[in-house]
Design a protein around this ligand. Structure first.
Ligand SMILES: *Cc1c(COP(=O)(O)O)cnc(C)c1O
Length: 386
């Protein structure tokens, strides 16, 4: 299906709403029936009917249809945020006594789910370095029911060979889930590579404007319907119509924004690589990246998030750099219009800062929609103050 068609036309039955270009926000909790029989059918199969907006809602459905098509998936669910999508996807695929193989350093709340919540239900997790397929082979146990991937992850952008992991998991009858937030389905299509469930936070690139949260889970209709009828309905963390409408609006410009961010990111990476106060830059589409060949093979693009290691022997120098920036916000998240920075040392007790540890000197940048030169000039003046 054509990307432009998905974004501009798919699922938008404009004759139903006065040929308005923008869809209506169907801000209704419930939907009425004319006959008892219609109501009976709705009770029996809420996945196929409008009954109550904790289940389906027409504005949310426009977004669902578009996002599933973007992922090349049979169906998807949209949650109120990405963490909720991960929670539902994982919960739906484990039972007491099961085991999960998860890549090292996934998103914080994925770690908390595996470390703090699942053990209470007798589900254990083994973390592995996912850059080598042998590590998956070694970690799989007879009770492994799920492999959890994040490729690339944030900060160091480690990748997994998605086709190889999918083939291994299929041969062992294990469900695979990927957090595809870094790439979005524009730059990476895990479902086409054989991964069962593709999750992404819509808070980041799909929203694009730092004004709503959302989470996407795509996969085969059978799996999505099963999750809809249990975790999705029971946890009740589906997206609200207004937030879905914002995401439909964000989608309209997603490819254009990614194009722009891709071009600016290349300039920013080139600038940082030549800077005498920068030790190194970590970015999947840079030739120095350890998995560069794999990145080029399985990703159509890379943009926005990158990490650099600043030369510093005191934490104060890193703080000075961050606090001297005038056009980068020091804030979490990414994917919006605004450029961002997070120093790793913001999560480190100052007494434990160790300048010889390169991780302590990492800074994660998100390149937004500003002019690349505007951002580079800002960094240049901040480096001078270090
Ligand atoms: C932000 C993020 C999430 C969680 O998404 P929310 O919408 O904030 O719940 C999950 N994975 C990655 C990689 C993220 O960056």
């Amino acid at each position: 299906m054509d990307l432009s068609y998905i974004i501009n036309e798919l699922a938008e039955d404009r004759e139903q709403y006065f040929n308005a270009i923008a869809p209506p926000i169907m801000q209704s909790s419930n939907f009425a029936f004319k006959t008892v029989d219609e109501m009976r059918k709705a009770f029996a199969d809420e996945y196929s009917t409008y009954l109550y907006s904790r289940g389906r809602n027409p504005t949310v459905d426009i977004l669902r249809t578009k996002l599933a098509a973007l992922d090349g998936a049979e169906d998807c669910l949209v949650f109120n945020n990405g963490a909720a999508a991960t929670f539902a996807a994982v919960l739906a695929n484990v039972k007491s006594g099961d085991h999960i193989v998860c890549v090292n350093k996934p998103y914080t709340w994925t770690q908390k789910l595996c470390n703090d919540i699942l053990p209470r239900f007798n589900v254990s997790t083994t973390y592995i370095d996912g850059t080598k397929i042998e590590n998956f082979e070694r970690a799989i146990l007879p009770n492994t029911s799920l492999i959890y991937l994040e490729s690339p992850n944030s900060w160091e952008y480690q990748l997994q060979d998605l086709k190889a992991v999918a083939a291994l998991a299929q041969s062992e009858n294990i469900v695979t889930i990927i957090d595809n937030s870094y790439c979005t389905p524009i730059y990476q299509k895990p479902i086409e590579m054989g991964i069962d469930l593709a999750m992404q936070t819509a808070t980041k690139y799909i929203s694009g404007h730092s004004d709503t949260l959302g989470g996407v889970l795509s996969g085969k209709k059978e799996m999505i319907e099963r999750i809809f009828n249990s975790e999705y309905m029971n946890i009740g963390s589906g997206i609200q119509p207004f937030n879905a409408w914002l995401l439909i609006r964000g989608l309209r410009t997603l490819p254009a924004r990614l194009d722009r961010i891709t071009a600016s990111t290349q300039k920013v990476v080139a600038y940082l690589k030549q800077h005498p106060k920068v030790e190194s830059v970590i970015f999947p589409f840079d030739e120095s990246f350890p998995q560069y060949t794999l990145a080029k093979q399985q990703m159509k693009g890379a943009c926005g998030l990158l990490t650099f290691i600043i030369k510093a022997d005191r934490m104060q120098q890193i703080e000075t750099f961050c606090e001297s920036l005038q056009h980068f916000f020091m804030a979490v998240s990414w994917g919006g219009h605004e450029s961002l920075i997070i120093p790793k040392c913001s999560g480190i007790n100052p007494a434990e800062f160790d300048a010889s540890n390169r991780e302590h000197r990492m800074l994660r940048l998100y390149v937004g929609l500003e002019d690349a030169d505007y951002l580079i000039n800002d960094m240049e003046q901040a480096f001078k103050k270090v």
